[in-house]
Design a protein around this ligand. Sequence first.
Ligand code: G3H
Length: 317
Amino acid sequence: MTQTHPRNPGHPLDPSWFEQIAVNTPAAEARVADLTARRGLTREWQAAWLVNAIRCIDLTTLAGDDTEARVARLCAKARRPLADHILEGLGLEALTTGAVCVYPTMVGAAVRALAGSGIPVASVATGFPAGLMPLPLRLAEIRYAVEEGAAEIDIVITRAHVLRADWSALYDEIAAMREASGAAHMKAILATGELGSLANVYRAAMVAMQAGADFIKTSTGKEAVNATLPVSLTMVRALRDYGARTGARIGFKPAGGLRTAKDALAWQILMREEMGRDWLTPALFRIGASSLLGDIERQLEQHVTGRFASSSRHALA
Ligand SMILES: O=C[C@H](O)COP(=O)(O)O
């Protein structure tokens, strides 16, 4: 997300944009099956799309045993996501990931490790992953992460507000989080696996955008069900509808359970087909993932050398 990308100005809460929405689940499933089936990408194009996926990755570590040393290793990988011979084989000079995403207490270490690279640090906040903390503490956590140097804040919403259809409570908390984020771009994690229905996913997405979210993000990676293509289609349709009403360009971040190069291609195809190529940039599309880069690197090595290397030869991501 370049810092020059226009922010979402938001919109006063207007439930008439989403309250009556009906989402046809079998139709959403059929649409995504169709998208991924008629992919037909040539080998060359696949390599280019995998490189683009790297540019869009929020390279993530969100584990209870994270240390500054682990974060520093992750940042080194973000600066140099592919081994030199792969980069050279692809004819590329420079390549970095979209961001590095960590817990708030790891932001300082990430900022130091990424100094001079231009790679932004994203911090989860607001009581990630469940969000069940008093609002003033959640807002204080955002301010702490921003003070530590986070340029992007990934907030979680209160799922109960969605399940009770309390749209004004949801709007007010997200608007307060946006204000606390200040100049940092804000991604709203909907935790879609806990929202009960695709219609609720659409409603939560629309409220988050009306409240000023710059990105909408599927999942924390900690729910029982994380990013899926039907959920992503529903969210992308919501951001398309929001854009049609307001002219604002909102970003999309699938996250949670994306592990394979095939996943990286499928989600990019979804974006291209639904939003157009303009959306396939880090300013408008991120993939949140802790263990996707390894498979992409393996596939690109195979593309360049004609053979798969043992995974023991690749740096740990
Ligand atoms: O925000 C990113 C997610 O936590 C990543 O989830 P993952 O560990 O399943 O890749």
